[in-house]
Design a protein around this ligand. Sequence first.
Ligand code: GLA
Length: 742
Amino acid sequence: MKISILKIFNQVQNLVKAGVLATVFACFTTNIFAQKAIIIPIETQRHAVALQVGTDQRVGITYFGRKLKTTSEYQLIPAMYRRGDDYSGILNSAYTPSGSRNLVEPAIQVTHADGNTSLDLQYVRHQVHKNDKNVTTTILVLKDPKYALEITLFYKVYQAEDVIEQWSVIKNDEAGPVVLHKYASANLYLAAGSYWLKQYHGDWAKEMQPEESRLTAGIKVLDSKLGTRANLYQPPIFMVSLDKPATEDEGRVLFGSVEWTGNFRVDLEVDPLNNLRIIGGINPFASAYTLAPGQAFTTPLFLYTYSENGKGQASRNLHRWARNYRILDGNGSRLTLLNNWEATYFDFDEPKLAELIKDTKKLGVDMFLLDDGWFGNKYPRNSDKASLGDWQENVQKLPHGIGYLVKEAKNNNVKFGIWVEPEMVNPKSELYEKHPEWVIRQPGREEHLYRNQLVLDLSNPQVQDFVFDVLDNIMTKNPAVAFFKWDCNAVIYNAHSPYLKNQSHIYVDYVQGLYKVLERFRAKYPKLPMMLCSGGGGRVDYAALKYFTEFWLSDNTDPLERIFIQWEYSYFFPAISHDNHVTDWGKQPIKFRTDVAMMGKLGFDIVVSKLAPKDLQFCQEAIKTYKSLSDVVWHGDMFRLASPLENDFASLMYVNKDQNRAVMFNYQTGNRYGSGTGSPIQLNGLNRDKKYKIREINLYPDTQTPIKEGTVYSGDYLMTVGFNPVLNTRRTSVVLELTQVK
Ligand code: GLA
């Protein structure tokens, strides 16, 4: 039904008469009577953001929430709010400018060519572009009425996944250079009673420590200033629940992230009207960016999904989107592997590696991954103190080069992968001696090292060529290399580029240089699997994952710790992208370690030859079991069932698309007397009308299961009453397979 302007006018007039009309979106309430307002609805399958153009031509956000059935009703929303006065009239700006009437945190702040620092943005035009049947991009052009600065806002909508990506393009049509002091990707505006932020912090081996708290008036900033390895202290992912913290299956929640492999910043500002302004993008810290006349700057993307059914739904939205649209080969398969990092560290040679390649075969995984320590001759890489930058095989350790190992792998019918850290240099290296001008450091100041290394200046095209060549040379000489692990172990200290004229471009140009290399690499090797690693999970974001098939979550592989780390990552990133290795960290038995690693992409980093016979037998069988289940884990939907933060156990499950196969992982995380699953755990994601049988799998040799096979349960029963996996301090991990019975 179309609502006429007259009707709205009458309704609003009545409200005005009743004295109830003072609104959060003040600039629009009066404007809508004057003429037909331009409404720009940005809608996914279930969610909508409504923009509205006022008679003063300013564009505001008037709605964020569940999609309405009747689009024309979005314009009725502003009149429903009376939270106080917005003196500026632009608190809800679609892209808040600085220096004119704005009073709060801006999305954009500039100095014009003539030195003036004010900016006003008015509507010019908008258009909707249909990319395909699922994806639509709304393009909204804004312009300063006094200055030739044009800003285009992009809203890319993935209908079925309920995901939106926003970014902006800032174009300088002025006669001289314009300096961008802040240039956010997106500016959101939400209205609720209270806002609950879940954010993450951490450090090496302590990734993804969660904290959830109520946002108070003022600004909360999530950011990074580390340059490379940008997520070491804080990743660019967060969630905001409206009115109360959302649970797994209930509540309104937004999951957001800046897609940028460098310094990011997210401002969460509860404004004077108790609305939440979210501004996300590149961190403006030390990054004023000068645009020459005619030049445009494209910001990175800001990603979000919104769910009215709790955090589980938001996760599944992001997972589907990531698999379908972002992660390289997101719907493909992955290689199980044996890695030698913890098995040998830097201490290996050809015969030792040849044995490990045989062990790879014996174990039954797909690939052997050679880690750090294979390169450098003048300064051999025998510890982390030397040789980064000198990417030639060490002739002592590998007299016959990588080619020999590739051949050994082939003889054993497994694949071969290799570790690189191409953006870095040790001062003790030939590269450092030859190209000191390629290194990021402050002239005249003492070098400050992180893990004994410095960062190469990727803003320099020569360095970009060098980094590309590190991988390309390996591939050209050894075309059968099947996998790279791309590491990045240092942050940027003493940020200064010997190449750049404008030092405040270093952080941005570094990341753009990195993307240029990755683009080039992918143009030549479109599908080669590659792991994103950064001294653990120091660099995980959705811009980088466009080039990578998977990421290393943490160097902390203690399986107990890992349950918590993987749990938190699982909110944002799908299991197919999680690289989990079974190692000797932690005190748990091999079964527990393997079961935990199975809820992602399974790998091993252990000394196979030292495994007790039964442990080896267990691993060999577990790999076969994993392979039979991997389709469900990699491509299915994930449901978190019992949180280790609220229980002394954790439980989660994956269900395939047809809902005829599922796998449930259960882990005991507490060991107090009597702890375990006293009651059934409700399952999720099954078809209530289908029938399932349940079988415990991945049992350690010669152990019995208390779980009776043969009983048939309806999906309805399992999702209402649940199932008890019988976890206790003697049965600390239980994997259950559910299969539909017809
Ligand atoms: C980083 C990685 C590890 C390993 C080492 C090698 O710490 O996270 O997995 O590759 O580097 O030096």
